[in-house]
Ligand binder design. Structure first.
Ligand SMILES: Nc1ncnc2c1ncn2[C@@H]1O[C@H](COP(=O)(O)OP(=O)(O)OP(=O)(O)O)[C@@H](O)[C@H]1O
Ligand SMILES: [Mg+2]
Length: 244
């Protein structure tokens, strides 16, 4: 089993509300396996911009309800764009929207994922709006879903695609930042979030990846270079970060 997250920073331009990167997604889809695959995608500018504006992470307040619906609509729109491309590339993907699958605060139900995979489908889930047992409303991040899918399926390889070459020793936008090829679980690189990321950005992602590394080989790769992912899938060396 292979578990892959197409980061919102790759599939969209996080600086521009709802700017989809169609060609990039098509190129990624072109190198994906067609079965034994679990797919997650992030929100990028389809999710984070309005989630920030409506302060969804702070929980329910009456004035937010239309905003919450709008984010749900935008995420389904992004999801549909990706689903269409995957199917055009002959990947039998089936969309699984988290907000209709479980309540935040409960353990996500994995039965549907197992059922789909056993029938050779490729489940496609995504960072989403979600109802929360105590906060009322919340954002369910793609990284969180990655953690639960990794725990459940113990994939051979887990790949995070972002818009940079991997994990750096500091913000890759800063001069002198160096790519960390092998990141040991106990090492903590400097991070920063200049772009809008309501679910904790790279710092949260590193935390999640550390735990996933207990079950799976974890890679962070540049999604603008799908040939690198192809190499990882084929067991070859390439540019990126592996977490051990
Ligand atoms: N030390 C670091 N190493 C790698 N990336 C870093 C680091 N510090 C900050 N970043 C930034 O983190 C970003 C990736 O995380 P981010 O959460 O924004 O993307 P994503 O997970 O692909 O998006 P989404 O949450 O929408 O799925 C990169 O654009 C990068 O510039
Ligand atoms: Mg993120």
């Amino acid at each position: 089993m292979i578990l892959i997250k197409m980061g919102g920073s790759v599939i969209s331009d996080k600086g521009k509300y709802k700017k989809f990167r169609e060609e990039t997604v098509r190129r990624i889809a072109g190198v994906l396996p067609k079965k034994e695959l679990l797919l997650v995608h992030g929100g990028g500018s389809f999710g984070h911009v309005l989630a920030h504006k409506y302060r969804i992470r702070e929980g329910y307040e009456k004035w937010k309800i239309l905003g919450f619906s709008e984010i749900g609509r935008d995420m389904e729109e992004l999801n549909l764009k990706i689903l269409k491309i995957l199917i055009e590339e002959k990947i039998p993907a089936v969309s699984i929207p988290p907000h209709a699958l479980f309540l935040m605060g409960d353990e996500p139900n994995m039965d549907i994922f197992h059922f789909a995979v056993d029938l050779d489908f490729v489940p496609l889930t995504f960072g989403d709006i979600i109802f929360h047992r105590s906060k009322g409303i919340e954002i369910c991040s793609g990284d969180y879903l990655m953690l639960h899918l990794a725990r459940e399926f113990k994939p051979e390889k887990t790949i995070f695609l972002t818009d940079v070459d991997g994990i750096y020793d500091k913000d890759p936008g800063e001069p002198g930042a160096k790519l960390i090829s092998v990141l040991e679980r106990n090492v903590e690189p400097e991070t920063s979030t200049k772009v809008k990321d309501v679910t904790g950005g790279i710092a949260y992602k590193i935390e999640i990846m550390r735990e996933i590394a207990r079950y799976s080989k974890v890679y962070v790769l540049n999604g603008f270079h799908p040939e690198r992912m192809k190499k990882v899938l084929d067991g070859e060396e390439t540019i990126g970060t592996v977490i051990i």
